[in-house]
Unconditional design. Structure first.
Length: 493
């Protein structure tokens, strides 16, 4: 069985999805989705232990050897992302039942868990596959199920958000597919490792330059990289809270992974960095995203929309780190992928609790909420301090390594942007803190007739503890991120 762990990551949630439809039961749907996610998380941890020393796992499907056949390939980067995605799915679902029941009609609950499992299938498939075309296939599985998840709530505006995401997502997927087609045209292969070897011999081809340009645009749309982020605020704001939570922690992180995998492992540093200087384009849009996202977050009244624009800024941090193209820079980007996933999930879970209790995420309607929801508001503050980058939190670790990598690379002028963005994060987090703790409650605007189920605190405590733990103990995430960065960059300083 252990020899099939790589493919089980994808097959398990894929087979579980139709089972949930057949059973047509919300309780069994939640139980199956949670157990499947937990199974995937355990498998991911086992795979990580197996390849930690650098011995990669290659799984051939159907007995057809690559490059003619399809293979799944697990290396340190793959295992790192598998742990993040499956772990988040597991611990989000554990405490999500009441929030899901509250925001989704009872007759649609089984469809929610079905779409959730399909989304998990797509995300894990994107990470583990070693075939470029299958990357596109799994992206589409994840995207189509995302559209369903966003639109499944009671808020009618979610239909518009899903439609908007559908349009931009389809355009992004088309660009990625064209890029893959162009690469196939000049190499005759779709296997990722074979592509890298063959592309090295055709780097003077205009077709290859066009492929890289199409890929950057397509992945920019999928990862919500400024200025291709237009779909993200509405998608996060109007979807059910648990959907916002899951997408914020997983979706953009997977597409950052795809960006890293294609730029470093397929196109290669020699072509994409040394010849075309893609890093300067990425750095420019990253710096604008950091400032733009933070400024927009300050202006928002909706908690979800505030966190959505904050995510745009945080994606900017990841792209900035990767654009340094050094071992320290790529490691800093991966550390932030890990830490931001935990932090943002914590914040969105707090919002899910607030919406369950009050029926709103409008900041102006939450005056005095700190007295009514002391636990949730207290945990929101802790996660807020982490997104700011206060010492002893996971967010501080991310920014410390990013600033250090930036200084080592000689980009001193970038440091003020990082500092200013952190100050703006203080502003938008303080706006919420001031409202819930230092203003008198207006009971006319707040519905408080619901008792908070204890189960809704389970996941929240787990992720809040992780925000603190990974600010104090960094051996696991930082150590693995540095090994991955060394694998990707190699001898490059």
């Amino acid at each position: 069985m252990t020899s099939h762990l790589a493919v089980l990551q994808v097959v398990t949630p894929l087979l579980a999805a139709p089972v949930v439809v057949i059973l047509h039961n919300k309780t069994l749907g939640w139980l199956i989705a949670t157990l499947v996610s937990l199974s995937c998380f355990i498998i991911a941890c086992v795979l990580c232990l197996q390849i930690y020393d650098g011995n990669n796992i290659v799984y051939t499907l159907g007995g057809w050897a690559a490059p003619a056949g399809i293979e799944y390939h697990v290396d340190r980067l793959t295992a790192f992302l598998l742990i993040i995605i499956s772990g988040l799915a597991t611990f989000i679902l554990i405490g999500a039942r009441e929030s899901i029941d509250n925001e989704i009609s009872a007759d649609r609950l089984y469809l929610f868990y079905t779409a959730f499992l399909l989304n998990l299938t797509g995300l894990l498939g994107v990470i583990v596959t070693g075939d470029a075309f299958n990357v596109f296939v799994f992206i589409e599985i994840a995207s189509l199920s995302s559209y369903a998840l966003i639109s499944i709530g009671r808020d009618k505006r979610s239909l518009y958000a899903a439609y908007q995401y559908l349009i931009f997502g389809t355009i992004g997927a088309s660009f990625i597919l064209i890029a893959i087609g162009l690469m196939y045209a000049v190499t005759g292969t779709l296997n990722i490792h074979d592509l890298h070897e063959r592309l090295a011999h055709v780097q003077d081809s205009r077709t290859l330059i066009t492929a890289l340009a199409f890929f950057i645009i397509g992945i920019g749309l999928k990862a919500a990289i400024w200025p291709l982020h237009i779909w993200l605020p509405d998608a996060y704001t109007y979807s059910p809270s648990i959907v916002s939570t899951f997408l914020a922690g997983t979706s953009t992180k997977v597409f950052i992974y795809v960006l890293i995998r294609f730029v470093f492992s397929i196109f290669g540093i020699e072509f994409s960095i040394n010849e075309l200087s893609v890093q300067y384009i990425l750095m420019s849009v990253a710096l604008i995203a950091i400032v733009y996202g933070s400024l927009q977050a300050i202006k928002q009244d909706s908690l979800k929309r505030l966190l959505a624009y904050s995510s745009i800024a945080q994606i900017g941090y990841m792209i900035l780190a990767i654009s340094l193209v050094t071992v320290a820079g790529v490691a800093a980007g991966l550390i932030h992928v890990f830490n931001h996933a935990i932090i943002k999930v914590t914040l969105f879970l707090c919002v899910a609790n607030i919406i369950y209790f009050t029926g709103t995420d409008s900041i102006n309607k939450l005056a005095g909420l700190g007295k009514q929801m002391p636990v949730t508001c207290g945990l929101f503050v802790i996660a807020g301090l982490s997104i700011i980058g206060v010492p002893l939190t996971a967010g501080f670790t991310s920014k410390w390594f990013l600033i250090k990598a930036t200084i080592d690379s000689g980009y001193w002028l970038v440091i003020p942007v990082i500092v200013i963005s952190s100050l703006m994060a203080i502003v938008y987090i303080w706006k919420v803190v001031e409202q819930i703790y230092f203003k008198e409650a207006d009971h006319a605007h707040v519905v408080t007739n619901k008792a908070m189920p204890y189960s809704m605190y389970v996941s929240l405590f787990v992720f809040t503890a992780a925000c603190i733990y990974f600010g104090l103990q960094t051996d696991i995430n930082v150590g693995l991120a540095q090994l991955i960065a060394d694998d990707l960059i190699g001898a490059r300083p």
